[in-house]
Design a protein around this ligand. Structure first.
Ligand code: ZN
Ligand code: ZN
Length: 167
């Protein structure tokens, strides 16, 4: 979706709302393509003292396989994003990942919102941020409870234990 911003480019405090959907079903994260549902984006572009600021809320539900515990999972995610839109870059150094160039006063929302979504996703796809993963000895999924394996003894305590036994 191309959003024409010619109406607000010269008018401070004016804004244009938008609402769109993205199909990111072919984007791979980790070992799978978890964005099987549409990503909805609701937001606006506002001329703030001459600078065009895009703000949006991206929401979807991921259906993936956890990179850490290998369980399949369904997890809603939402990202608040903000980006700067500009008609020209004054110099290359000013270009950062959250600055997007307009073409003919139009914002390419698909490109901007897709980039923002990817930047907000973690490089590892986890069923939840604090996934405990699998026990490296017995393979039990530790999210379902502790396993019977004893935790690795602290080598310093082992030395202490040996000293006490010698006495
Ligand atoms: Zn997991
Ligand atoms: Zn174990």
């Amino acid at each position: 979706m191309l959003l024409s911003l010619s109406k607000i480019i010269e008018t401070p405090d004016s804004s244009i709302p938008f609402e769109t959907e993205l199909d990111l079903s072919e984007l791979a994260f980790g070992n799978s393509c978890p964005v099987t549902e549409k990503v909805t984006a609701v937001g606006s572009v506002k001329n703030t003292a001459g600078v065009l600021i895009l703000k949006a809320l991206l929401q979807t539900t991921l259906h993936g396989v956890c990179d850490r515990c290998c369980d399949s999972f369904t997890r809603p995610v939402s990202f608040d994003i903000q980006a700067v839109l500009t008609t020209e870059l004054e110099n290359e150094d000013e270009a950062d990942i959250w600055t997007f160039l307009l073409e003919n006063d139009k914002a390419d929302l698909d490109e901007i919102l897709t980039t923002a979504f990817v930047l907000n996703m973690d490089s590892k796809l986890l069923c939840k941020p604090d996934c405990k993963g699998l026990c490296f000895r017995c393979g039990r999924n530790l999210n379902h409870g502790d396993c019977a394996c004893r935790p690795e003894a602290d080598p310093r305590l082992a030395v202490l234990g040996q000293l006490l036994k010698d006495k």
